[in-house]
Design a protein. Sequence first.
Lengths: 322, 322
Amino acid sequence: MQKDDVYDVIIVGAAAAGLTAAIYTARQGMSTLVIGKDVGGQALLTNDIQNYPGYDNIDGFTLTSKFEKQAKSFNAEIIYDEVQKIHGEDGNFKVETPSKQFRSQIIILAFGKTPRDLGVPGEDRFKGRGLSYCATCDGPLYRGKTVAIVGSAEYAVDAAVMLSDIAEKVYQISNRDRIVGDGDMLTNLESRKNVVFVSNSNVSEIMGDQTVESIKVLNVKSGSEEEYNVDGIFVELGYVAMTDFVKDLVNLNERKDVIVDKECRTSRKGVFAAGDVTDMPFKQLVISAGQGSTAALSAYNYLQRLKGKSIIRGDWKSKKSK
Amino acid sequence: MQKDDVYDVIIVGAAAAGLTAAIYTARQGMSTLVIGKDVGGQALLTNDIQNYPGYDNIDGFTLTSKFEKQAKSFNAEIIYDEVQKIHGEDGNFKVETPSKQFRSQIIILAFGKTPRDLGVPGEDRFKGRGLSYCATCDGPLYRGKTVAIVGSAEYAVDAAVMLSDIAEKVYQISNRDRIVGDGDMLTNLESRKNVVFVSNSNVSEIMGDQTVESIKVLNVKSGSEEEYNVDGIFVELGYVAMTDFVKDLVNLNERKDVIVDKECRTSRKGVFAAGDVTDMPFKQLVISAGQGSTAALSAYNYLQRLKGKSIIRGDWKSKKSK
């Protein structure tokens, strides 16, 4: 039997929160493994971050690549894989990916949120082939074309405003009477001549040959179904924490977010969480980074206590010896 | 009678937390005034920040200058003054500086911590003239000289290690039996031949003509007092939140830190807090920045509720319209 790889801390997720946690745990001399499906997470979807303190304007890929480089410079290991199960307890956790098992004394959950899907026929088949969950990323591909946007709230409004500048025609499909969002944005959207509002309706099927060609739209009030020819469909239903695989490990709130306290401790000893996966209501890169640092220092103090050593304060200073 | 200047939000403190809060409140379209004694706060004391995500290595002045520039680019106003009193209530606060009064609906407390002082004769007189609260900043001035460091914990240990490389002789004065700190650092320090450990002792007076020339040291066990000739004295007793002027406004903990919840709300409606002034146990620039953003978004949602408007989620996107 192969021996599991053992680390002081395993961080699940390699975006702003997870990479910042790794900068801090590795810098404190803790052996650190980061397991992420990709590096950067949702920051990758943004070309124009203006509110990360220290950078006037930077794209998400460049910024999170810097985080990654910093984490590696302090000897954090980063692997690309999917964590399927975490079990164990206080000081002895086992983390499973499809190919391997790892052990650690500490877990930091930082795997963010995932776009909510439609759950209709054709969705899986057309992902990346006309179906997108990110207007910011994929919108520019639909210049002069016809697209549908599914959603009733802010994400959908933003996507519609953006796409109406690019596409020839935009169907805004909402299962409510009316869409909601920022007042100025809504007024702006409603003034656009190439946007068709389709209310009280759900997309029931996505169809096409190699790529999306049409969608079926069901009016939930009348029960009538209609087919719309579209070149692309954007699902903008917001985000959800995919936390089912940790529901026996830590307490979740009613939205399935991991509940943390101010110091990023979860309900389980030795398990910390940071970033969008937590019940912090604000999704901001700098907040995720701050929580990543907080989780790492809480984890360090926890490990020191396990070893019977005195805990340290964090401070501004840069000390290689810590 | 002159009319007070009125803002949506007044931020007290212009370091990492306050400036980040200003970036966010101003960007959300809230009229924002930042009142700080200086820009940068304790980050100014650091020449080598390696753990702010996004920068491998940057000095505190350069980094917080970037924060300041960003806050101003979103039309936050910044003035250099000292807040002496905050009174008022929910939605109508009055902020007093020695020269002026301001009003706001929201207050964000972000004025950090201040080095703890000795409280002995000569201290005020020799500040900046041989007496320093920051070895990192002023240590290099004492090459080849004799210095005393006052303190028993990590800050003092760090200062002693640094100064023993620079100065000819270092007195490490502690009111305890022994100093405490990081194990490696302590071992390192104890091996240094130019460090004299003076335990169970307090500095009782600082003396000199134009600059520090000697200190009186009282052994608290024996009661004997001795005079040491020194060129400089470094007070490294840690930091304290100077929160007396807000003690009637918000709840403080036993260390006089402002108690906040995860969303940076204090016990008083309309008053938020971020950074080192809060009861967050970790002092890190990125944690202060994350809290600044959190306080700002909590404040924004609070103001929206006051106006009876729907609140928004924060998200990664950069939207000028928000």
